[in-house]
Structure formats: structure tokens, C-alpha cells
Design a protein around this ligand. Structure first.
Ligand SMILES: *[C@@H]1O[C@H](CO)[C@@H](O)[C@H](O)[C@H]1NC(C)=O
Ligand SMILES: *[C@@H]1O[C@H](CO)[C@@H](O)[C@H](O)[C@H]1NC(C)=O
Ligand SMILES: *[C@@H]1O[C@H](CO)[C@@H](O)[C@H](O)[C@H]1NC(C)=O
Ligand SMILES: *[C@@H]1O[C@H](CO)[C@@H](O)[C@H](O)[C@H]1NC(C)=O
Ligand SMILES: *[C@@H]1O[C@H](CO)[C@@H](O)[C@H](O)[C@H]1NC(C)=O
Length: 304
């Protein structure tokens, strides 16, 4: 029973995170991707983070995917967006999923009008540009990347447990010079840089560094495993922990120098970009699953 529930949760989490990870240029944007349109668990930063991953061009369609009766979506002015005032919306859609065609260049603002949905983070601001600017240039080979930890989820106690951040890290390649951005609500989370021992045991009584204000940006300056967690009680045990493997900056191969292998073997290892998060050895799985299920039910109750 518990195993089945756990397997189901893992599948859902993997599907959600893998889906978010694949950002394909297309004209239909499903707001929040698989998260849909709701009060996001990580607060207002969620849809801002999502919007940053998209390019909105005139003619594109926004799809707000929500359950009719539980959510709605209003297009409002900037003032309405800033103050969460939906008194005179430009338009209001109460049936989900709801489509908006982005038919002019400019800024668009959307909020949920129900209860306290907007102040709790159900709000989206986007900028729509002209298509005549042409497609954005392809990314250059590999300049430093800034990763938003957890993407739209942010840095929280993940509703589905620690699989959230191991899944997030799974398909990513971290290279010296890249940065991690941790988004969270000040006063409710922090970011602790910890040792492997502290990561494994969730004993964060001694940490390397703690950052308490959001957003926290950490530039990865050394190769090898890097471990992050939280000093808040129980957060680590409930899954707020991240382990990543950072590899060396690859030197641009020059045709004449091809015979000389890089001095550091780390960067050239074929397994360097592989799975980065080993399972913690000393956590009690049943406790984590119980915690995840409890949190999930809290999250579900909170979102409805
Ligand atoms: C909308 O959400 C439902 C339920 O989560 C999902 O089955 C459906 O595929 C989503 N639609 C889109 C367009 O993402
Ligand atoms: C909300 O906006 C309307 C006009 O759009 C305005 O009359 C009203 O005073 C605003 N309410 C608040 C609480 O600011
Ligand atoms: C909303 O847009 C999607 C994607 O273009 C389309 O499949 C769907 O039929 C549209 N729904 C409505 C109600 O127009
Ligand atoms: C946590 O680690 C500190 C030192 O890093 C140690 O003194 C303490 O006993 C540990 N606590 C537990 C509960 O293991
Ligand atoms: C967190 O606090 C810092 C410093 O007080 C502030 O600059 C930052 O904007 C705050 N972040 C959020 C998300 O409130």
C-alpha cells in the first residue's frame, strides 16, 4: 500500500519535473506548465520564474489550465496586478482551461480573483514582443548557466519529498562558473551549504554557510559534489535537500592541441553529467513518505 503510494508520487513528481524541464519554442504556452494555474506552493515567485523561461510573441496563445469553480483568471491593468485588485478586469474567464490570444505587443497582467489567491501568488505578468524581431539566436556553445533550483517550485519543503530536487538535478550539467538561484519566502526558508555527512544525516547543527535572504545566488567555483539543505527544523528530513556534481570548465578544443588531454580528468569523464544525487543512506524512508503524504494533503487542502 505504502509502496504503491510512494511509487505513484514518484511517477507524478518525475512527470511534472521532466515536463517542466523541456522548454520547447512554440506558440501555445501552458501557464506554469504541468503545475497549471493555481496558488503556487512557492509563492508569487513561481509564475515570474515560469515567465522568464518563455518568449511571448504576438499571435501566441496562453492557456490557463485550471479546474472550473476552483480557480479563475482575470486580465487586469498593472495597477490591478500590483494591488491584487480585480474590481474592473479587462476580461475575466471562469471556465478552465481558458485561452488568451496575445494579439498586441506589450505587457499583460493576469491574476486569480478568488479569495486570497492573488496575494498568495496566483499572478502572472508577461511581456509580448513583435515576431518581426525574428527567432531568438541559438544559445552559444556553453556560457555559464544560471539555474533556478526547483524551477517553478522554488526552494521549499517539497510536497512530494526529496525526489523533487534529485529529479530536478538529474538531467542537468553543472560546470564551474554556473550559478544556482534559490527562491524562497524570507523568514520561512534558508539555504545551508553543508557537508556530505550533514546532507546524509540531516544534522545541520554545523553548516558551512547559511543564506537567509531570497533570492540567494551561489556561484559554483569548485568541482565535485556540493550539498545544500536548510537549517529549519525537519525541513531537511522532509526533502529540502539538494546534491549536485560540479564538473570542470571544458577548455575549447583547438584543432592542433587535440592530442593533449585536459589536465583534470573530471571534466572529461563521460559519467560527469550523469545522475548527481545519491540517495541518502541514513534517512528512514517510511518517515519521509509519511511526511510527504502529510504535506501533500496539506498542500492539496491549501490549494483548493
Ligand atoms: C490540464 O490539467 C489536466 C489535469 O492536471 C491535465 O490532464 C491536462 O493535460 C492539462 N492540459 C494542458 C493543456 O496542459
Ligand atoms: C480597485 O480598483 C477600482 C477601479 O478599478 C477602484 O475604484 C477601487 O477603489 C480599487 N480598490 C482598492 C481597494 O484599491
Ligand atoms: C485553447 O488553445 C489550445 C491550443 O491551441 C487548443 O487546443 C484549444 O482548443 C483552445 N481552447 C479554446 C476553448 O479555444
Ligand atoms: C550533529 O553534529 C554535531 C557536530 O557536527 C555533533 O556535535 C552533534 O552531536 C550531532 N547531532 C546528532 C544528533 O548527531
Ligand atoms: C528578502 O530580504 C532581502 C533583504 O532584506 C530583500 O532584499 C529581498 O527583496 C527579500 N526577498 C523577498 C522575496 O522578499
Amino acid at each position: 500500500m505504502t509502496t504503491k503510494i510512494r511509487a505513484a508520487l514518484v511517477v507524478v513528481a518525475l512527470a511534472a519535473l521532466l515536463h517542466t524541464a523541456v522548454v520547447v519554442a512554440q506558440t501555445t504556452h501552458v501557464v506554469g506548465d504541468s503545475l497549471g494555474w493555481l496558488v503556487p506552493p512557492g509563492g508569487p515567485i513561481a509564475y515570474a520564474t515560469w515567465a522568464d523561461t518563455q518568449t511571448f510573441v504576438v499571435g501566441d496563445i496562453l492557456v490557463f489550465n485550471f479546474t472550473t469553480g476552483e480557480q479563475d483568471v482575470a486580465r487586469v491593468s498593472k495597477e490591478g496586478f500590483d494591488s491584487c485588485n480585480s474590481t474592473n478586469p479587462i476580461s475575466l474567464k471562469t471556465t478552465g482551461p481558458a485561452n488568451f490570444t496575445l494579439d498586441t505587443v506589450g505587457d499583460y497582467y493576469f491574476i486569480g480573483t478568488m479569495d486570497r489567491h492573488c496575494p498568495l501568488g496566483q499572478k502572472l505578468a508577461i511581456k509580448v514582443i513583435d515576431s518581426s524581431a525574428g527567432p531568438s539566436p541559438p544559445p552559444s556553445p556553453r556560457s555559464p548557466v544560471t539555474y533556478t533550483v526547483g524551477d517553478i517550485l522554488g526552494w521549499v519543503v517539497p510536497p512530494l519529498g526529496e525526489v523533487a530536487y534529485s529529479t530536478w538535478a538529474y538531467n542537468k550539467i553543472f560546470i564551474v562558473g554556473d550559478s544556482l538561484v534559490f527562491n524562497f519566502i524570507n523568514g520561512t526558508q534558508d539555504v545551508a551549504v553543508v557537508t556530505k555527512e550533514a546532507y546524509d544525516s540531516c544534522n545541520t547543527s554545523s553548516t558551512i554557510t547559511v543564506y537567509a535572504t531570497s533570492p540567494t545566488t551561489i556561484t559554483l567555483t569548485t568541482t565535485g559534489m556540493h550539498y545544500f539543505s536548510s537549517t529549519y527544523e525537519l525541513h531537511c528530513g522532509l526533502g529540502q535537500k539538494l546534491a549536485i556534481n560540479v564538473i570542470a570548465k571544458s577548455t575549447t578544443p583547438s584543432p592542433s592541441g587535440a592530442a593533449t588531454p585536459p589536465s583534470s580528468s573530471v571534466g572529461a569523464s563521460p559519467s560527469a553529467g550523469g545522475p548527481t544525487a545519491p540517495p541518502p543512506s541514513s534517512s528512514a524512508p517510511s518517515r519521509i513518505v509519511a511526511g510527504a503524504i502529510a504535506l501533500l494533503s496539506i498542500a492539496v487542502a491549501f490549494l483548493h
